[in-house]
Design a protein around this ligand. Structure first.
Ligand code: ADP
Ligand code: MG
Length: 599
């Protein structure tokens, strides 16, 4: 165990001093420069620096939405406006103290963040982008039209903060502190299971669901959190402007926020921070650019998308991140799995029983009355020609497709109506015929995603970085490292997953499932593309899991492997069960030989 902890520390624990320095040096430097800035520059530049901090408070939250979750929210200026008007109205019309108004602006931002998030559950990419843009337009139009409340085109005075925040330097330190808090919260979420879950939603939503990530809830919580930060930024923005009118909240500003995240790098922290600084400074340094800003932002966006699609940080990452060694072999280690999954206790409790399941796609009867039973601690082989319905059956069991008829029971649960995530929580793990890994996360982080539903720390507590959530993360990190050792990928733990070969990604998917500590594992052609010795290794690995009480449903074309390790084999043909029995019964079945095995 101690060798594991040491290995994990050396490979991937953030407590590693070298890693700590490289992670925090840029932030510490930025903080030092920001802290001593007022002693070196005049009031004008302090104002600019305040603006950059305010923008960052918003962009830190937007980063989670755009950078991590991959949602094209381009109308965040609407939330900035809501925060600004909430604070201004509360102070001006109701005489609320400005610091209280600041907090309430955050609350109203959070509420409207949640509202903006709702369409993201149904609409993808461009369509969602348009709804956020529509939202921003509505907000400015309401601000313009509702004169009695907002002052219409004439506007409202922004909140005035009490001493010492009423001076330019005092205000600067206030917004700097807010920017630091926003960065701290963002970082805690980014390195937690929530950060990994969001990236999974962005890059492989299907796999995210299979790992038990509650996609809807996670999206909404993140939108609420980001909205809260945007609302706070709005109140600070109103205070800095001293007077707000609807035309302060332009489309250009919204696009700027969006681009700051993109040029910095999706799913990073320091990158978008630098992006924010550059985009705040740019119009000040090159004043003529202001007239061209719409054009300039458009051009910048285009260049980023074409030249460095992942942003600056991703570009640097590709250059500097550890690469897997050449000529490596995936050598699973026997005897390690038991450290990842303890022996399943109540064996009899969770057989998988599929009865009379049918599913048609239009005229194609992909499944036509299939029966199947997988007992705990056994390997059930599922073979059949291409197009016979094997993957479809797996999708029905794991919840991606709803069957037209039939029942699926897992233990005493009838799971036919449950969503994918709930089935995963019951202990149903699966791999995909085409591996779905998160390319720009490390191999270890990919494996850690398997334990998503086992984290008990809530989003707010994780954001605050409480020791409990860190402890949980550390335990899962160690378990994931053990799972990688078991499948033979520990030597790549810190490499980006997109640097693995296709076959290694298959083993990574298995490791991710192991981290889940599943009761049943559904494998869709895991041996495809593997060399002979790798198939042997895979067989040993599957047998080892099975010996620990895990049920395995193995879809495979390598019938040698299936017949060698399975306890029971089912053959599908044209969506129907052609034969079912022990390997020797099936192997000698005439119909099976004619339809599939050949002579
Ligand atoms: P297998 O995995 O055994 O090769 P599949 O389960 O992928 O076969 O496919 C079974 C049949 O269902 C095929 O005829 C395939 O074209 C069809 N099919 C599978 N998925 C879909 C889908 N999403 N839409 C329409 N037809 C599908
Ligand atoms: Mg298939």
């Amino acid at each position: 165990m101690s060798t594991f902890s040491n290995a994990v520390k050396g490979v991937a624990n953030p407590a590693n001093p070298g890693r700590l320095i490289s992670q925090f040096a840029p932030l510490a430097l930025a903080l030092l420069v920001a802290g001593i800035l007022p002693s070196f520059v005049d009031n004008y530049w302090i104002q600019i620096a305040s603006l950059a901090c305010i923008y960052w408070v918003l962009i830190a939250g937007l980063n989670l939405i755009v950078g991590y979750a991959g949602q094209l929210a381009i109308g965040f200026v609407g939330l900035l406006a809501i925060g600004a008007y909430t604070a201004a109205i509360l102070c001006e019309k109701l005489g609320v103290p400005s610091l209280v108004a600041l907090v309430l602006a955050g609350c109203s931002g959070a509420f409207f963040g949640f509202v903006i998030g709702l369409p993201s559950l149904r609409l993808k990419n461009f369509y969602f982008a348009m709804t956020t843009l529509g939202f921003a337009t509505i907000v400015t139009q309401v601000a313009l039209g509702w004169e009695s409340l907002t002052g219409g085109g004439i506007g409202l005075p922004g909140p005035v903060f009490p001493a010492p925040f009423n001076s330019s330097i005092g205000f600067y330190y206030l917004v700097l502190a807010m920017a630091l808090i926003a960065t701290y919260l963002l970082r805690n979420i980014a390195i937690s299971n929530f950060g990994r879950g969001l990236i999974a939603v962005r890059d492989a939503e299907v796999a995210a669901e299979a790992m038990g990530v509650p996609v809807v809830r996670l999206k909404l919580v993140t939108f609420t959190f980001s909205g809260g930060l945007a609302g706070l930024a709005g109140a600070l923005y109103a205070a800095r402007q001293t007077y707000i009118t609807p035309d302060a909240f332009t489309f250009d500003l919204s696009v700027m926020f969006f681009i700051a995240v993109l040029i910095g790098g999706r799913g990073r922290i320091v990158g978008p921070m630098v992006g924010t600084a550059i985009l705040t400074l740019l119009p000040e340094i090159a004043a003529p650019l202001v007239a061209w800003s719409t054009f300039a932002y458009g051009l910048l966006l285009l260049l980023v998308v074409l030249i460095v699609p992942g942003g600056m940080a991703d570009y640097l990452d590709r250059i500097f991140k550890k690469r897997p060694i050449a000529n490596r072999i995936t050598a699973p280690k026997v005897g390690v799995i038991s450290a990842v999954i303890s022996r399943a206790g109540d064996k009899a409790a969770t057989p998988l029983i599929v009865k009379n399941v049918a599913l048609a796609f239009g005229g194609v009867r992909a499944l036509d009355g299939v029966d199947l039973e997988v007992q705990p601690g056994t390997i059930h082989g599922l073979i059949g020609p291409n197009g016979s319905g094997k993957t479809t059956l797996l999708n029905v069991i794991s919840g991606y497709y709803a069957a037209n008829q039939g029942t699926i029971c897992f233990g005493e649960h009838d799971i036919a109506g449950l969503p994918v995530q709930s089935r995963s929580r019951l202990g149903i793990a699966r791999t995909f015929q085409t591996p779905r890994v998160l390319g720009n996360l490390s191999v270890l982080e990919n494996a850690m995603l398997g334990a998503y539903s086992q984290f008990s720390s809530s989003f707010p507590l994780t954001a605050l970085g409480l020791p409990d959530s860190r402890r949980e993360d550390k335990a899962i990190r160690e378990r994931a490292y053990q799972a990688l050792t078991a499948v033979g990928l520990a030597h790549c733990a810190e490499c980006r997953a997109d640097q693995l070969q296709h076959t290694e990604q298959r083993f990574l998917e298995i490791a991710r499932c192991l981290v889940m500590q599943p009761k049943i594992l559904l494998l869709d052609e895991p041996a495809a593309g593997l060399a002979h010795n790798e198939i042997e290794n895979l067989g040993t690995l599957i047998e080892e899991m099975c010996a620990l009480g895990v049920a395995v449903l193995l879809i495979e074309h390598h019938t040698d492997l299936v017949f060698r390790i399975s306890d029971h084999v089912t053959v599908l043909n044209l969506g129907k069960v052609l034969a079912s029995g022990t390997p020797s019964e099936v192997r000698t079945n005439k119909e099976v030989i004619n339809a599939y095995l050949g002579t």
